[in-house]
Design a protein around this ligand. Structure first.
Ligand code: SAH
Ligand code: SF4
Ligand code: F3S
Length: 451
C-alpha cells in the first residue's frame, strides 16, 4: 500500500462504543499500512469521520464539522493536492452516494459493514481523484480480526454481537448496523485470553443487545456462557453493554453473585415508565417486569450500581405517561441516567406517528427529569463515603495534574490527590485503593491509601 506509507491521519469519532471500537480498528489497520495517527487536523493529510445518526443533532453536528475543516491548509511538505476527507460509520452507511452531493469535498464514503475496505478506497482516491463510495448492505464476516489500536493499553472493547433485530420504533440502529450476528464463543474466549496476555485489565463486551447473544449460532450458546468464559481468563474487570430488559435472564443476573471479576454495575435502558409508551416503542416489557429485574439484580448483589437511558417526548406521550417515567426513576435510584429528547428518524415507524405535544412541554418534562437524576445520583453516591474502593487509574485530571482520575468497580469516576514522589503517568493502568471522603453527583473523591 505505497500511497498510505507515512501519510498522517486523524479520526473524529461520534456515537456509541461500537464506533469507538471501529475507530480503534481503523487506526490499527491504517497504521499497519504505514500511516501515522496525529491528534490535530492541521497535522493530518487524511481526516476520517466515524459518524452517528441516532438523533438529529448528531447529523447536524457532523455536517458542520466536515464543512469547518474545508479551508484548513494541508500540513507543510505534504505530497497530496488536497486533504482526503473520509466519512464512515452510520451516516456513511445510511447516506452512501448522497453524501458527496451534500459535501463536495468528501473523497471517500464507507459504511459500518466494510471498514476493512477503507485503505483501498483511500488509495484509489489519492491516485485517481474523484469520489469513492462503497457501502455493503450486509456482511457475513466480522472485521474484528483487524488489528486494534487501543486508546488505553489496559482497557479493551470486545464485540460479541453486531447489528440489532429489535426494531424499537424510534431507533435507526437496525437500519444502519444490519441484523444481529454473534461471534463464535471460542473466538471471543480466544480474543479475551489474548487481551489478558497483552496486559489488559478491563474488558467490556459489546453488542446492541448482548443478552440475545448466540441465538443465530449452532447450539445456541447463551450470554451467560460468554460471561463465564471471559471471566475464566482471570481479567481483573469484566463489563458489558448494552442489555435489553426483555432478554436479561435470571442466569445472567445470578452471575453478579458468583463471578468475582464481573463488575457491580449494570446499564439497563428502560426508555419509559409507561406501559402504553413502552408498547408503542416495541420494547416488549412492562414497567412492572423491569422493576422485578431490578429487584432480582439487587438481591443477587445489593452493591450493583444501576444506570439507564430514557427518551422524553416520544410521540403521544401524555403528562401521565411522563409521570410514570419520573416515578420509576425515583423508585430505582440510578447512579446515572442518560436522558434524551425524542428525535424523529426518517424511515423508522415512530417518525410517522402523530405527535402534538408542544416543544416547551417536552422541554419542561426533560428539565424536571434531569433535576431528579442529579438528586438521585448525589444520593446514590453518598453510600460510598467511608468505603475504600479499588480504582483503575486512567491518568491525571485535566484540571489538576496532581490529582489522579480513575473508575471504581461500579464505574463511577474517582478523584484522589497523587501522593508525593508518584506521578500520574506511572500510575496509569494500575489499580490503587482510595478511601472515599466525599461524594458528588458525578464523581467521588478521597485519598490513596496504598498503591
Ligand atoms: N442498543 C442500545 C443503545 C441504543 S442507542 C440499547 O438498546 O439500549 C442509545 C440510546 O439512544 C437508546 O437507549 C435511546 O435511549 C436513545 N435513542 C435511540 N433512538 C433515539 C431517538 N430517535 N431519539 C432520541 N433518543 C434515541
Ligand atoms: Fe435501537 Fe432498540 Fe436495537 Fe437498542 S435494542 S439498538 S434501542 S432497536
Ligand atoms: Fe450512533 Fe450508530 Fe452507535 S447511530 S449510537 S453510532 S450504532
Amino acid at each position: 500500500m505505497p500511497h498510505l506509507s507515512q501519510k498522517t491521519f486523524c479520526l473524529y469519532t461520534y456515537g456509541c462504543q461500537m464506533n469507538e471500537h471501529d475507530s480503534e480498528r481503523i487506526a490499527g489497520m491504517l497504521e499497519s499500512h504505514g500511516a501515522v495517527e496525529v491528534d490535530a487536523i492541521e497535522d493530518a493529510e487524511i481526516a476520517i469521520f466515524v459518524t452517528c445518526c441516532i438523533r438529529e443533532a448528531a447529523d447536524v453536528r457532523l455536517m458542520g464539522q466536515v464543512a469547518s475543516i474545508k479551508n484548513i491548509p494541508l500540513p507543510e511538505g505534504s505530497a497530496l493536492s488536497k486533504r482526503m476527507v473520509c466519512i464512515g460509520g452510520c451516516i456513511g452507511q445510511r447516506d452512501g452516494d448522497a453524501l458527496p452531493d451534500k459535501l463536495a469535498h468528501v473523497d471517500v464514503v464507507f459504511g459500518t459493514q466494510n471498514i476493512e475496505r477503507l485503505p483501498y478506497l483511500l488509495e484509489a482516491a489519492i491516485s485517481e481523484g474523484g469520489h469513492h463510495v462503497e457501502i455493503l448492505e450486509k456482511s457475513d464476516t466480522f472485521s474484528t480480526d483487524l488489528p486494534a489500536k487501543r486508546e488505553h493499553p489496559w482497557s479493551a472493547w470486545l464485540p460479541i454481537t453486531v447489528g440489532c433485530n429489535n426494531f424499537c420504533t424510534y431507533c435507526i440502529v437496525p437500519y444502519v448496523r444490519g441484523r444481529e450476528r454473534s461471534r463464535a464463543l471460542e473466538d471471543i474466549a480466544a480474543d479475551a485470553a489474548a487481551l489478558v496476555a497483552d496486559g489488559v485489565k478491563e474488558i467490556t463486551l459489546l453488542g446492541q443487545n448482548v443478552n440475545s447473544y448466540g441465538r443465530d449460532l449452532y447450539g445456541e450458546p447463551r450470554f451467560a456462557d460468554v460471561l463465564r468464559a471471559v471471566s475464566e481468563t482471570g481479567v481483573e474487570r469484566l463489563r458489558f453493554a448494552t442489555s435489553h430488559p426483555k432478554d436479561l435472564t435470571d442466569e445472567v443476573i445470578g452471575l453478579y453473585a458468583t463471578l468475582d471479576n464481573l463488575m457491580p454495575s449494570l446499564h439497563l435502558p428502560v426508555q419509559s415508565g409507561s406501559d402504553r409508551i413502552l408498547k408503542a416503542m416495541n420494547r416488549r416489557y412492562t414497567a412492572e417486569r423491569y422493576l422485578s429485574l431490578i429487584d432480582a439484580v439487587r438481591e443477587a448483589n445489593p452493591d450493583v450500581a444501576l444506570s439507564t437511558d430514557i427518551i422524553v417526548g416520544f410521540p403521544g406521550e401524555t403528562e401521565q405517561d411522563f409521570q410514570a417515567t419520573y416515578d420509576l426513576v425515583k423508585r430505582v435510584g440510578y447512579s446515572q441516567v442518560f436522558t434524551f429528547i425524542y428525535s424523529p428518524r426518517e424511515g423508522t415507524p415512530a417518525a410517522s406517528m402523530a405527535d402534538d405535544t408542544p416543544r416547551e412541554i417536552i422541554q419542561r418534562r426533560f428539565d424536571s427529569l434531569v433535576d431528579l437524576v442529579q438528586e438521585n445520583a448525589y444520593a446514590h453516591n453518598q453510600r460510598f463515603v467511608g468505603r475504600t474502593l479499588a480504582v483503575l487509574v486512567e491518568g491525571a485530571s485535566k484540571r489538576d495534574e496532581r490529582v489522579l482520575v480513575g473508575h471504581s468497580p461500579h464505574n463511577i469516576t474517582v478523584h484522589a490527590p497523587i501522593p508525593e514522589g508518584m506521578d500520574a503517568a506511572a500510575l496509569a493502568g494500575s489499580t490503587v485503593m482510595v478511601e472515599i471522603d466525599q461524594a458528588k453527583a458525578w464523581y467521588l473523591s478521597g485519598a490513596m491509601v496504598r498503591a
